[in-house]
Design a protein around this ligand. Structure first.
Ligand SMILES: [Zn+2]
Length: 193
């Protein structure tokens, strides 16, 4: 398969490599789209904790061998530590992220554990689908905020998560009074929303 390999600080190369071989918990997903987020942008400049060479990309959508369109939950957990046993897999002592500690979606195929696949509807475009992973963080933050129907909302930061929160507030019928953001282009995006 073709894959974009991060081979050092600021060094990305398109290579032909062997397809991943899924273990018995995983299947091979054919990648249709992968988002480029802040973590990929920053890791391009400074590879940090990533094992090299690394295939980045954790906001992944694609197709399973039986033709199902899926989005991927990229956080893998051990299932054994106290946090996992309490159902708090996101706090796992041994977490790893597809596209960081293991190979990700800047490739034609990626191996993904079965339980980290989520079906997506046919009317969602691939370009839209790569926002599922970041937008899920906005939805979680919105739910944690415990806003009620009359709450006025101020969002601090107008990046993708902040803009997702504006969308959540809009959908819930809440008034957004302010989005505190220095970037002019992000301010404009918030106003459009
Ligand atoms: Zn765990």
């Amino acid at each position: 398969m073709k894959a974009l390999l991060l081979e050092g600080d600021g060094v990305l190369n398109l290579r032909e490599i062997e397809d991943p071989i899924p273990d018995n918990r995983s299947i091979l997903v054919t990648v249709e789209a992968t988002g480029i987020g802040g973590s990929e942008y920053l890791s391009f400049k400074n590879t940090g904790i990533r094992p090299l060479p690394n295939i980045m990309g954790h906001g992944i959508s694609g197709v399973t061998p039986d033709g199902q369109r899926v989005s991927i939950y990229p956080l893998s957990s051990c299932g054994k530590c106290p946090y996992c046993l309490e159902g708090q897999e996101q706090l796992c002592d041994n977490w790893s992220l597809i596209g960081v500690q293991s190979n990700g979606g800047f490739a034609q195929k990626v191996s993904v554990p079965h339980h980290q696949l989520f079906k997506i509807p046919n009317d969602l475009s691939w370009a839209q689908s790569v926002f599922i992973e970041p937008f899920a963080n906005s939805v979680n933050a919105w739910e944690q905020s415990c806003a009620h129907k009359d709450s006025k909302v101020c969002v601090i930061g107008g990046g993708s998560l902040g803009l997702g929160l504006v969308a959540c507030a809009n959908t819930s019928g809440n008034e957004v009074t302010d989005v505190l953001e220095k970037s002019v282009s992000r301010q404009a995006a918030a106003l459009r929303l």
